[in-house]
Design a protein around this ligand. Structure first.
Ligand SMILES: [Zn+2]
Length: 319
């Protein structure tokens, strides 16, 4: 079993469940897209209608444009960016099947299949009892907190509930329901197991976590021997993994580190088709804020000096 893939699938399931409706694939991060296949396999997601005439531009994320088929693939005519390549996946949309989630959570917690599922307020369900305590499922912890009075102290009180919601996007209070209920993050407390969900007890967590590879060994200045990783002391998220194209560019920049060069020469020597080195570091809207993508851009901004007037590039590393 690939623990990372399962983690990604649960991450996507959490996001889709939070959103509730249909989400197009271009709002998924690359890691979430990897999880999508698993969610399809276990039949947790339902496809939306295919939209084929216009799509959101992948690069600015602001404008929609008409979709054209060209010799090199699908493009969107963005009013701001011009024609940009479109991942055909962006025409597909998905939503999480709420009933699937409820059914599988009840299975994981051994809730009697004959016990009723009760919608409590919008986006919140009572899905039965576990260890003699009510189990409350919500799309968002905020929604549960706003309606706490109704959910926990209403007509039918639910004292000392288990509350399951996806992990919130932003910072959250450690124990927002302290004294009222126990909060479980959907993605951490449940894992996909075959076609079902499995409850993951708190103390099993350490063993299940995937270890990141050890700190990379920098050989060429901040880069590893193959230029696949950069290590920068001002980047808090650890070694920065570079894509193949980014590695090739940095290898050429390293070779010419004592002499600034034109973009044409650098890109030609690296065997790359883009005109500008920065193009290799552009981040799709869906990946913004994700250290896996922000890291290479940070490395580029920190390590590459551009002499704007002459159009020359050089690595900011001289030893
Ligand atoms: Zn655009």
């Amino acid at each position: 079993m690939d623990a990372t893939l399962h983690h990604r699938a649960m991450g996507l399931a959490g996001m889709l469940f939070s959103r509730g409706g249909l989400s197009t694939e271009n709002t998924f991060t690359t890691t979430q897209r990897e999880g999508l296949h698993l969610l399809q396999e276990v039949k947790a997601v339902l496809p939306g209608p295919t939209q084929a005439t216009d799509a959101l531009c992948d690069y600015c994320g602001l404008y929609r444009g008409r979709v054209f088929r060209r010799h090199d693939g699908l493009t969107v005519q963005c009013p701001d960016c011009g024609p940009t390549l479109l991942d055909p996946a962006n025409l597909r949309s998905w939503r999480l099947d709420d009933q699937w989630l409820i059914r599988k959570l009840r299975g994981a917690l051994s809730i009697d299949a004959s016990a009723p599922v009760t919608p409590v307020v919008e986006g919140v369900w009572d899905i039965g009892t576990h260890k003699r305590r009510p189990v409350v499922l919500g799309r968002k912890i905020d929604g549960v907190m706003w309606q706490a009075l109704k959910i926990f102290h209403g007509h039918e009180p639910r004292r000392n509930s288990w509350v399951i919601t996806p992990r919130p996007f932003g910072p959250a209070l450690m124990e927002p329901l302290a004294g009222t209920a126990t909060w479980w993050h959907l993605e951490d407390r449940f894992a996909i197991h075959g076609l079902a969900l499995r409850y993951v007890p708190l103390d099993a967590e350490q063993g299940g976590r995937v270890q990141e590879p050890g700190a990379a060994y920098a050989v060429h200045g901040p880069f590893t021997a193959d230029f696949g990783v950069a290590v920068l002391d001002d980047w808090p998220h650890g070694p920065i993994r570079l894509s193949g194209a980014q590695s090739r560019l940095f290898a050429v920049l390293w070779k010419h580190r004592h002499q600034a060069q034109t973009a044409e020469l650098l890109m030609r020597e690296a065997g790359l088709a883009s005109d500008r080195p920065l193009d290799l570091f552009k981040i799709k809207v869906a990946n913004r804020g994700d250290p896996a993508y922000e890291g290479p851009l940070h490395a580029y901004e920190r390590l590459v000096i551009r002499q704007r007037r002459l159009g020359l590039y050089q690595l900011a590393w001289t030893d």
